[in-house]
Design a protein around this ligand. Structure first.
Ligand code: UD1
Ligand code: UDP
Length: 365
């Protein structure tokens, strides 16, 4: 079986880290196509190095743009690639524009789509990711879910149960496989922080970065946070933060460039609490047992709240302050959700080997 695995943005790279060796071990020939949605070395190359991910076979150089420009450019390049290569399947991960572009391009040239991390829903159509998830799932021939709630979401949307396999969370497998590699790795002191005595922050969602009133509230909350703050800044956020004085000489917030995966894992492990709007960070904080506060209007990672690892808070300075105090007082005694383990990638390989049910009308098309 020949599979093209499409990646484009930071969280995609991390998700294919554990996947590629498991596919190879199952005799599946998997080749990576990198759309180039993320291209800075700190947003792309560092993850291939940290996670020993095979070099992409194809690099499409799509780059940044509006949603339609980015998705459309990726579709044009991927259509050409899939038509020339005719793989047995295209595997896409997560919910970024590259995921949607690959699903649309593949299904139109009659190549079955396999979606890893299917079925998550925030029920917020103002999020580009929610649109990407909904469409990708409708186009997919095989839907591999991270939590049982995702199965229920897909069934409620009319997806044939024969297409759904609950494989578990691949981000969790990546954490479990890489934690032993960072034992003793001291990253926080490099940034002037002391273990268990700082807050780790990431913010990059448009609902925060593109709404000055929300970003101002988050900035104010960070400036009055109960502990020093370390904030690796996404390139989308950096220019927008400047207006709020965050990270200036007098500030207790330390801004840095985005960090690599292994450093980020160590920083999450050693933080007293995490404040984020990232999907992946909510899951990782749950795995490393660091309390998480998610500053968003909703989350598709509700399971992390259900197990007691995470709390959702709106972008208001007082509410963020209260949520942080609660997080710092929390007992870290939750258990990770079902199938957030080291067998996720091998379940993906098994599902592929068991066969991909064809879409209606594919036979004889
Ligand atoms: C994308 C995903 C989001 C994901 C995030 C992970 C979509 C719709 N959004 O958001 O779901 O959580 O990636 O990080 O796919 N930029 C750089 N260098 C880079 C990449 C981006 O400077 O290597 C800057 C550019 O100014 C660009 C902006 O960041 O316009 C946004 O990048 P883009 O890929 O469009 O979306 P993200 O906000 O990164
Ligand atoms: N991450 C990283 N360095 C950083 C910030 C995040 O390695 O400076 C990792 C993080 O640990 C997680 C992934 O990037 O594995 C999450 O990606 P991101 O927050 O960009 O996207 P999302 O998960 O929200 O789609």
């Amino acid at each position: 079986m020949r599979v093209i695995v499409v990646v484009g943005a930071r969280p995609n790279f991390i998700k294919v880290g554990p996947l590629m060796p498991a596919l190879a071990a199952a005799g599946i020939h998997a080749h990576i196509a990198h759309t180039g949605q993320h291209y800075d070395s700190a947003m792309s190359d560092v993850f291939f190095a940290d996670l020993d991910i095979p070099e992409p076979e194809w690099f499409l150089g799509v780059g940044s743009g509006t949603h339609a420009v980015q998705t459309g450019t990726a579709m044009m390049k991927l259509e050409e690639l899939f038509s020339a290569e005719r793989p047995d399947a295209v595997l896409v991960v997560g919910d970024v524009n590259s995921t949607l572009a690959a699903a649309l391009a593949a299904v139109k040239v009659h190549v079955p789509v396999v979606h890893l991390e299917a079925g998550l829903r925030s029920r917020d159509m103002s999020m580009p990711e929610e649109v990407n998830r909904l469409v990708t799932d409708q186009l997919s021939a095989l839907l591999l879910t991270p939590v049982t709630e995702a199965d229920a979401n897909l069934l409620a949307e009319g997806v044939d149960p024969a297409r759904i396999v609950f494989v578990g969370n691949i981000m969790a497998e990546s954490v479990l496989r890489n934690l032993p590699r960072i034992e003793g790795r001291d990253v926080c002191t490099r940034f002037g922080m002391a273990e268990n005595d700082y807050l780790l922050v990431t913010v990059h969602r448009p609902e925060n970065t593109d709404h000055p009133e929300r970003l101002a509230e988050i900035a104010a909350a960070l400036e009055s946070a109960p502990l020093p703050v370390l904030f690796p800044v996404h390139p989308r956020t950096r220019p927008r933060l400047a207006a709020y004085g965050v990270g200036e000489a007098s500030s207790r917030v330390r801004l840095t460039e985005p960090v690599g995966y292994l450093d980020m894992l160590a920083l999450q492990r050693d933080a007293a609490a995490v404040l984020t709007d990232s999907g992946g960070v909510q899951e990782e904080a749950c795995m490393v047992r660091t309390p998480c506060v998610t500053v968003r209007r909703n989350t598709e990672r509700g399971i992390t709240i259900d197990v007691g690892a995470n709390e959702l808070v709106s972008a208001e300075r007082e509410l963020i302050g209260v949520a942080l105090e609660r997080a710092l007082a929390k007992h870290r005694d939750w258990s990770p959700p079902e199938r957030w383990d080291e067998l996720v990638a091998s379940r993906v390989a098994d599902a592929l080997t068991d066969g991909i049910p064809p879409l209606a009308g594919y036979e004889g098309a």
